[in-house]
Design a protein around this ligand. Structure first.
Ligand SMILES: [Zn+2]
Length: 447
């Protein structure tokens, strides 16, 4: 099957999960997938537990064979500012060896490489020894909100030895990354209120100012140097393993490269033992994502703002627990709120961190696949993979771990050039084609 044709039809489905007006596009994407599975005589159906339906498919399941759960997501981010796109976001266009379109990289391209690899094998009349199950969800970009329920309700049907997910990053086609850890996420919106409405600043001097109070609270959350100043925040954090530090050395990238890439004057390193590249992977964070309050228009408006708010998210590292971090953060915010202010804290959905210690994997099926992946990546991409933690979060991975009890093999086909979530999203055509070749070889060898 032609990759460009398959992806062109897939990208044409306007499957923006956050946009109600895209319901037809979401349904089109599901139909596209179901049609693909049926063309290979793989049993497929749509399953909804309330939110956007999941496309679930499975091959004939035979006993005493490894079972693999292939994961992907058919939903995409909105295209947003069309003027910033060089071509229509929902029309696949090839330019300079790249395929452009919303979802090309995140994640239609990634899981299509797996699907077409399976199609190639079956179309050639070859057999795949492993039992395959497919979960292609439609809510990844909105926090996989109904996935815990889906995984729980479908637990018996979803049993597998491990999952394979192609929704992470690699450096480039020669440096493929196997992601061994993901940070978790806790997010909240805080607001402080000092009086019932904005007041003429002529009354000022004795009236509590919401912006000042919010700034004090926020600035108290970091110490000099950027370490997080919340008692107990780092207690559960464990240091990286020796093999992780060695893998970091294989990364053909330096702090100076990152500094240049992001246009940063100087990195702020909260722990002198770790470089910036290590800090992004091994340490938790607390970031202010947005802040608002008071008069934002042109010129001056002499008011005392009554309310100010900020959005805060923490990235968590392995062994930290989202619920405990929520409690610590809540307690600290309450303790540090000046007594003349009213504070409200609203937490958003959280996700747990995820980590596998590749030197101490106990699941024999997973050990086997890791070995196979190592040699197959070297064969197809020219170098063995680099095993690295990632600074980001993918909610479904810790969910599959906690609900189904399975680990995930995270293989990155996206690169930093893909501009996912932004305008002109694209994926390298050689990367997806090599990915497809790699998966074909991998699936044919799993025993
Ligand atoms: Zn995304």
């Amino acid at each position: 099957m032609d990759m460009k044709k398959f992806l062109a039809d897939y990208i044409a489905c306007k499957s923006v999960s956050s946009d109600r007006s895209c319901a037809a596009g979401m349904a089109d994407a599901r139909r596209h997938l179901v049609k693909f599975f049926k063309s290979l005589s793989i049993d497929a159906r749509e399953i909804s537990v309330g939110g956007h339906a999941v496309v679930f498919a499975k091959t004939e399941q035979k006993p005493n064979r490894p079972t693999i759960l292939v994961y992907g997501h058919y939903d995409v981010q909105p295209a947003d500012d069309l003027e910033l796109w060089d071509s229509d976001p929902f029309t696949l266009v090839e330019r300079g060896g790249r395929l452009y379109g919303r979802g090309a990289s995140d994640n239609k391209g990634g899981h299509s490489a797996m699907l077409l690899a399976i199609g190639d094998t079956l179309a050639a009349g070859e057999k795949i020894f492993a039992n395959l199950k497919f979960v292609i969800e439609g809510e990844e970009e909105i926090g996989s909100c109904s996935m815990p329920r889906f995984l729980r309700e479908m637990r018996d049907e979803l049993g597998a030895d491990f999952a394979i997910v192609a929704d992470t990053w690699s450096l480039d086609e020669k440096n493929i990354v196997i992601t061994t850890g993901l940070r978790g996420l806790v997010g909240c919106e805080i607001s402080v209120r000092g009086c019932s409405s904005d007041i003429h600043s002529g009354y000022g001097g004795c009236i509590p100012n919401a912006i000042g109070a919010l700034a004090d609270i926020c600035s108290s959350l970091h110490a000099n140097g950027g370490a997080i100043n919340i008692p107990g925040f780092y207690d559960a954090v464990t240091p990286p393993e020796e093999w992780e530090l060695l893998q970091m050395k294989r990364l053909p990238m330096s702090d100076a490269d990152m500094q240049k890439l992001f246009g940063i004057k100087q990195f702020q390193l909260p722990d002198a033992r770790f470089s910036a590249l290590e800090t992004m992977r091994f340490l938790p964070t607390l970031e202010f994502n947005g802040i608002c309050g008071g008069f934002q228009g042109d010129g001056i408006k002499t008011i005392i703002p009554h309310v100010a708010s900020a959005k805060i998210t923490c990235r968590l590292v392995p062994n930290q627990d989202a619920e405990s971090v929520k409690c610590l953060l809540q307690k600290t915010l309450v303790d540090r709120c000046p007594k003349e202010m009213l504070l409200s804290v609203k937490f958003e959905q959280a996700s747990a961190p995820y980590w596998i210690d590749v030197e101490r994997i106990k699941n024999p099926a997973f050990v086997k696949i890791m070995k196979l992946v190592d040699s197959e990546i070297e064969d197809v991409f020219g170098n063995g993979p680099i095993y690295l933690r990632d600074g980001g979060s993918i909610g479904i991975v810790p969910m599959m771990k906690s609900i189904l009890g399975i680990d995930s093999l995270l293989i990155g086909l996206s690169t930093a050039d893909d501009n996912i979530h932004g305008p002109n999203e694209s994926i390298s055509l050689p990367m997806v084609e090599k990915g497809r070749k790699f998966f074909r070889s991998l699936f044919s060898k799993i025993r």
